[in-house]
Design a protein around this ligand. Structure first.
Ligand SMILES: C[S@@+](CC[C@H](N)C(=O)[O-])C[C@H]1O[C@@H](n2cnc3c(N)ncnc32)[C@H](O)[C@@H]1O
Length: 261
C-alpha cells in the first residue's frame, strides 16, 4: 500500500500563514505582491499556469481581477488543492480556475499550453532549477512569459550556522539556489530578457512587521487556534528568518523571462 506523503503545510501551519499573509496566501505580500509580479503584462484572454498554488490566493486574485481566459493552479499537496477549490467557489471564480494535484517532476501539460507561467515562492521547494526552467519553457507558447517570486540563496557553498538553524526550524524541503543559478537555468532553457529583482530590503522591513503582529495583535486568537507552543515555535522561526535576511543569505526575489516568439 502506498503511504500518503508527509504534509509539509498542515492545518496549523496554514492557519498561521493565512493570519499573517491573508486568506489564501502562504507567502508574503498578498495581492500587492501578485500585482507586482504581473506588473506591465498584457493578460487579456491569456491562459495562466501557477506552479505551487498553495491555498489558491494567487489564482483567485488573478481570476477575479485580470481579464485572463483561464488559470490553472498546481500543487503537490492534495489537502491544499481541496482548500483552493473551496476558496475559489466562495469567491465565485471556480469556473475560471482549474486546481490540480500533481506529482513532483515534469509538468504534466502539452508543449505550448500556456501564455504565462507564474509562481509565487514555491520554486524554492524544487531543487533542480535547470530541469524546471526547461519544463516551463516547453509548456509556454512562443512569446510566452515566465514571471515569479521566489526565495533565493545569497551565496554559493556552505550555509552559515544561522542559515542552517533557520532552514532546520522551518522544517520544509528547501532547494535554495542563487540568482546566478536561476539566470543560468533560464538562459540555458532558451529564455531571453531575463530580469532578476532583489527584494531582500523590502522583506527585511515587512518580516519585522509580521513578527510584531504574531507576538502582538494576532497572538491570542492564533494561540487558541493552533496552541501557544506551535505559535511560539513559529515566532522563533520568524526571528531566525530575520537574522538570515539581515545577513543577506535569504533573498526574496522577483524573476521574469520571455520565451522567444
Ligand atoms: C510557500 S508555499 C506558496 C504557495 C502559494 N504560491 C502562495 O504564494 O500562497 C509553496 C507551495 O509550493 C508547493 N510545492 C512544493 N513542491 C512543489 C512541486 N514540485 N510542484 C508544485 N508545487 C509544489 C507546496 O506544496 C506549497 O503549497
Amino acid at each position: 500500500m502506498n503511504e500518503a506523503p508527509d504534509l509539509e503545510y498542515d492545518d496549523d501551519m496554514t492557519a498561521v500563514l493565512e493570519a499573517v499573509w491573508g486568506e489564501g496566501f502562504m507567502s508574503p505580500g498578498g495581492t500587492d505582491e501578485v500585482d507586482g509580479i504581473l506588473s506591465g503584462l498584457e493578460l487579456r484572454d491569456k491562459s495562466v499556469l501557477d506552479i505551487g498554488c498553495g491555498l489558491g490566493g494567487v489564482d483567485i486574485h488573478i481570476a477575479s481581477n485580470y481579464p485572463v481566459s483561464h488559470v490553472t493552479g498546481i500543487d503537490i499537496e492534495a489537502d491544499l488543492i481541496e482548500k483552493c477549490k473551496t476558496l475559489a467557489t466562495m469567491a465565485g471564480v471556480s469556473e475560471k480556475i482549474t486546481f490540480q494535484q500533481v506529482a513532483p517532476g515534469p509538468l504534466p501539460f502539452d508543449a505550448g499550453s500556456f501564455d504565462v507561467v507564474i509562481s509565487k515562492d514555491a520554486i524554492i521547494h524544487i531543487p533542480d532549477k535547470h530541469t524546471l526552467a526547461t519544463d516551463i519553457h516547453q509548456v509556454l507558447k512562443p512569446g510566452g512569459i515566465f514571471t515569479a517570486s521566489d526565495w533565493l540563496a545569497g551565496h554559493e557553498g556552505e550555509l552559515s550556522p544561522e542559515m542552517k538553524a533557520y532552514v532546520e526550524a522551518e522544517g520544509l524541503d528547501f532547494g535554495l539556489a542563487t540568482a546566478e543559478t536561476y539566470k543560468d537555468a533560464l538562459l540555458s532553457a532558451g529564455f531571453e530578457n531575463v530580469q532578476i529583482q532583489d527584494r531582500n530590503a523590502w522583506y527585511r522591513t515587512v518580516a519585522r512587521q509580521e513578527r510584531e503582529a504574531l507576538a502582538g495583535p494576532l497572538h491570542d486568537s492564533l494561540s487558541s487556534a493552533v496552541g501557544h507552543e506551535f505559535l511560539d515555535r513559529e515566532i522563533k522561526v520568524w526571528d531566525l528568518m530575520i537574522t538570515v535576511l539581515d545577513q543577506g543569505e535569504l533573498r526574496p526575489t522577483h524573476l521574469r523571462a520571455a520565451k522567444p516568439s
